[in-house]
Design a protein around this ligand. Structure first.
Ligand SMILES: [Ca+2]
Ligand SMILES: [Ca+2]
Length: 216
């Protein structure tokens, strides 16, 4: 009798564990409730159009956000501040360098509490070039996103979405404002290195990072 009970408990525990494994089965299930992962095509397209407008105004120098001298790139996430559509537009503003690698690090985002990027999706490569997601690629990301490009020439752009989460909640809905203080690092041809951080700009209704030269 007692053996039977123990066998039942062990079996029940095994069934429960299996059910829990299936229920938490990776990004597909966790992202089903994640507002950063459910972005309509039309929302992405309008974000890309807004990002381009912001880029044109910021790169003209009239906004005062960037002086064209040592500006290397501009990254834009269109608002509003409470939007869950974390769609980046990144623009190469150099005079002749290709942008080869981009690192998006949100460790200081969410008011210093850190965001990690579970996935990168809906990518748009530069015209005539390629975009590769180096990390996270096929795994649930646990930190920064890393992208590499070919043919990302001056005055061209790329676009992509990420799904930012917290370290204890893989379905966390991060807003555009939560992304503030995300650091972007860009590696260009000929040894040029540039970095900048995202700050939500109410006048543009967008989060903007101006990447300026750090090396040489
Ligand atoms: Ca999320
Ligand atoms: Ca997620």
């Amino acid at each position: 009798m007692r053996k039977g009970l123990i066998a039942f408990v062990v079996l029940a525990a095994a069934v429960f564990a299996l059910a829990a494994t299936v229920a938490s089965g990776g990004p597909a299930v966790s992202s089903a409730k994640d507002k950063n992962a459910k972005i309509k095509v039309t929302a992405r397209q309008s974000a890309d159009a807004v990002a381009k407008q912001v880029y044109q105004q910021v790169s003209s120098g009239k906004s005062g956000l960037a002086s064209p001298g040592n500006l290397c790139a501009i990254a834009v996430i269109p608002g509003p501040a409470g939007s869950f559509n974390i769609r980046f537009g990144v623009f190469n503003t150099t005079a002749g360098n290709t942008l080869d690698d981009l690192i998006v690090d949100s460790f200081f985002a969410l008011g210093g509490n850190a965001l990690l990027h579970e996935s990168v999706f809906a990518t748009a490569p530069p015209p005539g070039g390629t975009l590769a997601v180096e990390y996270p690629n096929g795994v649930s990301g646990k930190g920064p996103a890393v992208l590499s490009f070919t043919g990302f020439d001056s005055l061209e752009s790329v676009a992509f979405n990420t799904d930012p989460d917290t370290y204890d909640n893989p379905a966390f809905g991060a807003t555009v404002l939560d992304m503030d203080d995300t650091r972007l690092e860009a590696v260009f041809s000929n040894g040029l290195r540039c970095a900048g951080r995202l700050v939500f700009n109410a006048a543009f209704n967008a989060s903007i990072a101006t990447l300026t030269q750090t090396s040489p």
